[in-house]
Design a protein around this ligand. Sequence first.
Ligand code: SAH
Length: 478
Amino acid sequence: MKFLPIFLDTHAGPILLIGAGDPVRARLRLLLAAEARVRWHATDGDFAITGFDPAAASRIEHVEGDPLTADLSGIAAVFCAGASEIGVTVAARARAAGVPVNVMDDPAHSSFIVPAIVDRGDVVAAVGTGGASPVVARRVRERIEAALPARIGDLAALIGRWRKPVHDRIAHAPLRRRFWERVVDGPIGAAVLAGRSNEADDALTAIADPSAYAGEQASRQAEGRVTLVGAGPGDPDLLTIKALRALQDADIVFYDELVSPEILDRARRDAARIPVGRRVGKPGIGQDAINRLLIDAAKSGQRAVRLKGGDPFIFGRGGEEVEALREAGVACSVVPGITAALGAAAESEVPLTFRHEALRVTFLTAHKARDAESVDWSALTDRKMTVVVYMGITAADAICAGLLAAGRSPETPVGVFARATRPDAKAVVGTLDRLPALVRRIDGGPAILVIGDVVSRSAPWRNSNPNSLSQTFRMAAE
Ligand code: SAH
């Protein structure tokens, strides 16, 4: 570590900013956002700025004259544009006067450097690379941005407001720390992060004797909840930020067999993980039993996540679970996920609705041949409709026969997309009349079928090389 990260109190004195142009204006923006008073020496005499509210703009003081003789007395820090003799000279003067100085893009002449910043109000994260690579710092910042709840600053602010009252009530420091840990990690913190700060304030107000909060059980009882979370088709990077947050917040995770281990790994380390999946051909524990598990977990005060492949509301029985939870009076919410059709389409470049070519998309399930027989195939013969079939592998013969008999062209391009977005993904494309043969080529599911002209625009259709990395085959010519 070459630099010590510290946070400067911008009320300690005015900040001297020397230079002109966009980088200097960007620095000005940062300083004003940090509530600084800025003495600005625009070396080209152009003090024009836009986009600041009058209160912020009123904290700028214009300075003219020779920047090399600028008054440094009482200055909290100096920022100077780089790449000029001015920077070098200003830096030398500031150092001699004992004022911290930053020359932009010139760590050698700076006594401090400016980190990449994640700004969530009271919560600020600073990322530095010792001046080596601002681009790397920015990438790290992006990751922190993605990992930090948007309202983490509200949580810090709430605690800031309650600090004194709680300090007055709980004199013993270790007890106080434990109290705040429970607030941050428990239902009060969760309420703030979910945008219900009022609830959190009420809860803190209600805790007349905060040490009673140690008997956590009672207050948590009512606070259990279930979040139905869409895990996407397999690639953990396709989890939404909200899904990730729910996983990292969960006390217990009930997951389907479709959910990949890499995704489960993203759950909080000490969260309990309960498989409740059911696969074609194998009995699972049954929907009623799953509903009961979810209700029991929430009623015992746990934050439960019900993790489902793809999206909870696309052939995921999410609707039934939401209704069961509602009937049981359990709070629940739903985080959408990328459904298999969209994951496969993106990965294999199937434009599900191509302009003028596909005006509609139908998501269909055909679990067994029996199900397929009960589908009204005549509603699916429109050439300008893309049909996506979930759970259609074992019923491929019946699907093919049904569509052909209803009049969809045997030449219709079709694709079978297995294990989409996973490392062992495989796509097989051909024509509708060959669908049963195509399905036999995928070596196992889960897989979706996509039927429609747009499949001919997909990457596997364009690329018929069987040795290609993506393991795609085109069988139309066989
Ligand atoms: N809720 C899920 C679907 C569950 S039904 C979703 O929105 O994706 C299970 C079916 O989803 C499987 O039979 C298969 O047809 C499809 N499926 C799920 N994951 C898949 C994947 N990675 N690749 C292809 N199909 C998938």
